[in-house]
Design a protein around this ligand. Structure first.
Ligand SMILES: Cc1cc2nc3c(=O)[nH]c(=O)nc-3n(C[C@H](O)[C@H](O)[C@H](O)COP(=O)(O)OP(=O)(O)OC[C@H]3O[C@@H](n4cnc5c(N)ncnc54)[C@H](O)[C@@H]3O)c2cc1C
Length: 483
């Protein structure tokens, strides 16, 4: 039985499991690790919990890793486990592999299990199969309340609850509470499965979550049609066709990222945009791909973003973020093809429109909106309205009491721009007194306010590994004091 420092990881998706694996791999002392996760299986989370065969990872296997020193690990697993044989469509025309997200979840869960069994450092990892509700600091030790009954006593907290269902836009409030045709959670596949075969469907949002929902619904419902709307009506873009010269971890580990080498660290959002445009133009003039310029920003974001003032960050969020995201996040090629076929076949339309209101009309919903460039307001009735506006990052709006309890208890602080929680460069959470508490770390997408770019696995893996020595150093102190 482990008697070392006790760690609770709240959230057992990719980030929670990667944190446990790296703690286990790098700790010089045995740790007692509990992963609190309500789902029956670890490793899937929201991102990789979907069972749908058309829900794929949005980059190739080699960009999806747990071990930055072995980028081929997932690719080998995919080939050797039979996942590739069961899913030949995962290989695109250029030979790159874009597996099903369900396979990614299976891989992460399997790796965690292997670390649970094989345990040279003497650490233990157990799955506490429930939700965390709140945390109380009792004389330097945390009591984590679980589902209103049990309690877990730990020295260190790592919060990886990441992706909450999207917030409901004000225009949809009249139907949000209980209308049977409103689908607030785009990842509730079981509920989406109840949509009728010939349904006329509205999807609010035009990003990757929309693509997941549209491809799945149109595949299983030959009589259905989908209208997807967002303010700008921008779809995600296509993948690069020429593989990058250096791997993502190599690019991110550079002391001076390529963008910084070319442009320094601009202090204004506008100057970043100018530099980005220039790079994209240069790339295309040389016969290259504009996506490279966005990848340079992506790889330098953790240096560029903190260098902007709060006002400039706010400017970026208000004016550039949606545009940046649609260029930065790219369709898996298989999904891009299906979306194009649906558009050309008239079964999917994608529009820029302002959503004005939604009203119940029996078992349907009437939505009023104004298409871009049109003064006229249009009203249309739909059998189903699905909320696909992207994960909610403001703890107070997620509806999950855990983060809200920690904010109201003074342990966490909401990021002023709504980008998760306030942390420092080592992912230490800021408390209401303004101090950074190394005993509470937040890892993954909820740290976006600090790093600017943290959504995908490469960034999460990079930062998880980077902060490990600091977490372990603090925990050794806990161990020494407690001994
Ligand atoms: C639909 C979707 C698809 C994505 N696809 C990709 C992709 O292809 N490639 C990529 O690199 N990135 C992708 N991302 C980005 C994704 O955010 C990162 O990969 C992320 O790191 C995923 O893992 P996670 O564990 O941080 O978050 P999540 O997958 O959101 O997992 C969080 C976990 O926390 C648990 N939890 C929440 N509240 C509590 C609580 N109170 N107590 C206990 N547990 C709790 C949840 O049950 C969940 O299992 C995707 C994101 C989404 C939402």
């Amino acid at each position: 039985m482990t008697t070392g420092p006790r760690v609770a990881i709240i959230g057992g998706g990719y980030t929670g499991c990667a944190a446990a694996i790296h703690l286990r791999r790098t700790s010089p002392v045995p740790l007692d690790i509990s992963i609190v996760e309500p789902a029956p299986e670890l490793g899937r989370g929201v991102a990789y919990g979907t069972p749908d065969p058309d829900h794929r990872i949005n980059g190739p296997t080699t960009a999806h890793f747990i071990y930055p020193d072995d980028l081929e690990h997932f690719d080998r697993w995919h080939r050797n486990s039979g996942a590739l044989a069961a899913d030949p469509e995962s290989v695109d025309g250029l030979g790159r592999v874009f597996p099903r997200r369900a396979d990614m979840g299976r891989y992460v869960g399997g790796e965690l299990q292997a670390h649970q069994i094989k345990n040279p450092s003497g650490s233990s990892i157990r799955h506490v199969n429930t939700r965390a509700e709140t945390v109380i600091d009792r004389d330097g030790v945390f009591a984590v309340t679980l589902d209103g009954r049990d309690e877990l006593t730990v020295d260190q907290l790592i919060i990886t609850t990441s992706n909450a269902p999207p917030a409901v836009l004000p225009a949809l409030r009249n139907v949000a509470e209980s209308h049977s045709a409103f689908y607030p959670d785009p990842w509730d596949i079981e509920r989406l499965g109840t949509i009728g075969k010939d349904a006329k469907i509205l999807i609010v949002g035009t990003g990757l979550t929309m693509a997941d929902a549209a491809v799945m619904l149109l595949r299983d419902r030959p009589g259905a049609t989908v209208t997807a709307i967002s303010r700008r009506g921008l779809l995600p873009t296509i993948q690069r066709t020429v593989p990058p010269e250096e791997t993502l971890p190599e690019a991110m580990a550079r002391e001076v990222p390529e963008f910084v080498r070319r442009h320094g660290t601009p202090k204004r959002a506008r100057d970043i945009l100018r530099a980005l445009r220039r790079d994209a133009d240069d790339m295309m003039a040389e016969g290259g791909e504009w996506q490279v310029a966005f990848d340079w920003i992506r790889d330098a974001a953790y240096q560029l973003w903190p260098a902007l003032s709060a006002d400039e960050q706010s400017r970026f969020v208000r004016h550039l973020w949606p545009w940046y995201e649609t260029h930065r996040f790219r369709f898996p090629p298989q999904i891009e093809t299906k979306i194009q076929i649906a558009i050309e076949g008239g079964r999917l339309s994608v529009d820029a429109a302002a959503l004005l209101n939604a009203e119940p009309r029996g078992d349907k919903i009437e939505v009023t909106f104004r298409r871009r460039g049109n003064v006229a307001v249009q009203a249309e009735t739909f059998h189903a309205v699905i909320n696909c506006t992207g994960p909610e990052r403001k703890p107070r709006q997620t509806g999950d009491p855990f983060l809200q309890n920690l904010v109201s208890g003074g342990y966490l602080v909401n990021h002023p721009l709504g980008l998760g929680l306030v942390v420092d460069d080592l992912c230490r959470a800021q408390n209401s007194k303004g101090d950074y508490d190394g005993r509470i770390r937040v890892v993954g997408p909820l740290t976006r306010g600090q790093f600017g770019e943290i959504n995908g696995i490469p960034h999460t893996a990079f930062h998880t590994l980077r902060i490990m020595p600091n977490i372990l150093a603090e925990m050794e102190t806990v161990d020494a004091e407690g001994a």
